[in-house]
Design a protein around this ligand. Structure first.
Ligand code: G1P
Ligand code: ZN
Length: 542
């Protein structure tokens, strides 16, 4: 039975580009997810009879909200819902399904790398028909609608069994439960030389992939162990748990420390990798060497032609502004376009859709290509494996060889988390105010060549996005970038990105923080971080 249920608005349902993210108890308020999902459907047009993809990363509340989403979709006139068995779909797998089955869009339930559980984070995100996150005009409209919503429509009664593969129905809408891995694995098989990777594993090459008890467990187990022949047990923490085993499913050197320690130990396998809660981020570590996401992007771009899916070459490379310029040198050598976008995956969508870029990446462990419209953790791992299988060199040899050829971009990000919002805004505002006066001035012995507040002119739709981060550029391409996080949940997070280019192979073996010491001092002198935030040191250094 389809019922129209009266409701009252919640004023806080503002979705960002990563969707609506709140603590679980917030989502557990009466009608909270219903209001949001109905608000999404209320602003969309033309979906009657069309398909909606639904799935999530398995975190706490996943099943309950999926059940609601399917029922609200049925009551609003969708023709079909495609849902991953058990409610599981990684973000890139959902993006692929939307594209492959020409769905109208999809609902992805996740809070990415944030922790899960009864008191942790949950999220709902709407993706459009190209498989990518809804653009701002859609998320703004959803927010506006959520502030005045007074009813939602839902199909009540009957059961929706999301555990059994196959098609059933609900109030005239088809519900197809699919294997969450199969279509994604087929896509990967179409892009990469699985036979070459199988023979790499047969030769004794060893990998450890840490799924962090999050969504990539089933994907990595099927692809790496079953299809590619990595020994059983290569994929660790491979069962998605509602609370991710109590850990942060964030593949960085803090939360994936066990993997890092293993890779730096004498017992290290040849290759270590991890992905986050919803499977879109990646961490790559070779034996004894961590590969920064900025270097990884450059390396993948330089070697992508070794994989069948990219044999014809790349159309262009795109990176977010704070990501190091390592990829720029590769694009220059390949004679292809390089695009510098604001932080956030959504800016890559236009470039990918327009065929201007093939590979994209961010310093925050996101890399991907035009195969979907989200970043893709396992894709990056498989491209690395394809390259290793083709070159038969170690990760360290490949990385050092790359530095010798292109130069090394020493790179680090310093995060000051949960600082007072007024202090953080004041710091940025003051920098903005003195931008014009910086060139020619000397900080920590370094002369400023240029300074600006990054503005992006989208070459596809002509839109302009301003105030995306303060860039202070020194001689030789060294730079310091200041910006405030757009994803933090409490207070403000100040991110300081520091980069120095070193062309001389003799000088490429320094410890990163030491190599950047002058620039770190210059950043402090320019912005007065200590005084303004009251912090002696960053909360996180990556
Ligand atoms: C962070 C990352 C950014 C990424 C986003 C979503 O955003 O820096 O690269 O796209 O998470 O995963 P920020 O908190 O810096 O705004
Ligand atoms: Zn994620």
């Amino acid at each position: 039975m389809i019922r129209t249920v009266p409701t009252t608005p919640y004023p806080d349902q503002k979705p960002g580009t990563s969707g609506l993210r709140k603590k679980v108890p917030v989502f557990q308020q009466p009608n909270y997810p219903e209001n949001f999902i109905q608000s999404v459907f209320d602003v969309l047009e033309g979906f009657a009879g069309r398909t909606l993809v639904v799935g999530g990363d398995g975190r706490y509340l996943n099943r309950e909200v999926i059940d609601k989403a399917i029922r609200i979709a049925a009551a609003n006139g969708f023709g079909k819902v495609i849902v991953g068995q058990g409610g599981i779909l990684s973000t890139p797998a959902a993006s692929n399904l939307i594209r492959k089955y020409k769905a109208f869009g999809g609902l992805i339930l996740s809070a990415s790398h944030n922790p899960g559980g009864p008191h942790e984070d949950f999220g709902i995100k709407y993706n459009i028909g190209n498989g990518g996150p809804a653009p701002e005009k859609v998320t703004e409209a959803v927010f506006a609608r959520s502030k005045v919503i007074d009813r939602y429509r839902i199909a009540e009664g009957g059961t929706v069994d999301i555990d059994r593969i196959g098609e059933t129905g609900l109030e005239g809408m088809a519900v197809e439960v699919i294997d969450p891995v199969a279509d994604y694995a087929a896509l990967m098989e179409s892009l990469f030389d699985f036979e070459a990777i199988r023979s790499l594993f047969r030769s004794g090459f060893r990998i450890v992939f840490d799924a962090m008890h999050a969504v990539t467990g089933p994907y990595a187990t099927e692809i790496l162990e079953r299809r590619l022949g990595a020994p059983a047990g290569s994929v660790r923490n491979n069962v998605p748990l509602p609370d991710f085993g109590g850990h942060h499913p964030d593949p960085n050197l803090v939360h994936a420390k066990a993997l890092y320690d293993l890779m730096m130990s004498p017992e290290a396998p040849d290759f270590g990798a991890a992905s986050d809660g919803d499977g879109d981020r990646n961490l790559i570590i070779g034996r004894g060497i961590f590969v920064t996401p900025s270097d990884s992007l450059a390396l993948l771009a330089a070697n992508a032609h070794l994989a069948p899916g990219y044999r014809g070459g790349l159309k262009g490379v795109a990176r977010s502004m704070p990501t190091s310029a390592a990829a720029d040198r590769v694009a220059e050598k390949l004679g292809i376009g390089i695009y510098e976008t604001p932080t956030g995956w959504k800016f890559f969508g236009n470039l990918l859709d327009a065929g201007m870029a093939t590979i994209c990446g961010e310093e925050s462990a996101g890399t991907g290509s035009d195969h979907v419209r989200e970043k893709d953790g396992l894709w990056a791992v498989l491209l690395w494996l394809n390259i290793l299988a083709a070159r038969r060199q170690s990760v360290a040899e490949i990385v050092r060889g790359h530095w010798r050829e292109y130069g090394r971009n020493y790179y680090s990000r310093h995060d000051y988390e949960e600082v007072d919002a007024a202090a953080a805004n004041g710091l940025i505002d003051d920098l903005r105010g003195k931008l014009a006066a910086l060139p020619g001035l000397k900080f920590a012995g370094l002369v400023v060549e240029a300074a600006d507040d990054f503005a992006y002119h989208d070459p596809v739709d002509g839109s302009v996005t301003e105030r995306q981060g303060i860039r202070v550029i020194f001689a030789g391409g060294s730079r310091v970038v200041f910006r405030l996080s757009g994803t933090g949940t409490s207070g403000a997070t100040l991110r300081v990105y520091i980069e120095r280019y070193e062309p001389d192979p003799e000088l490429q073996g320094q410890e990163t923080q030491a190599a950047l010491a002058d620039l770190i001092r210059a950043a402090e002198e320019i912005a007065g971080i200590r005084l303004r935030t009251g912090r002696d040191a960053p909360s996180v250094i990556t």
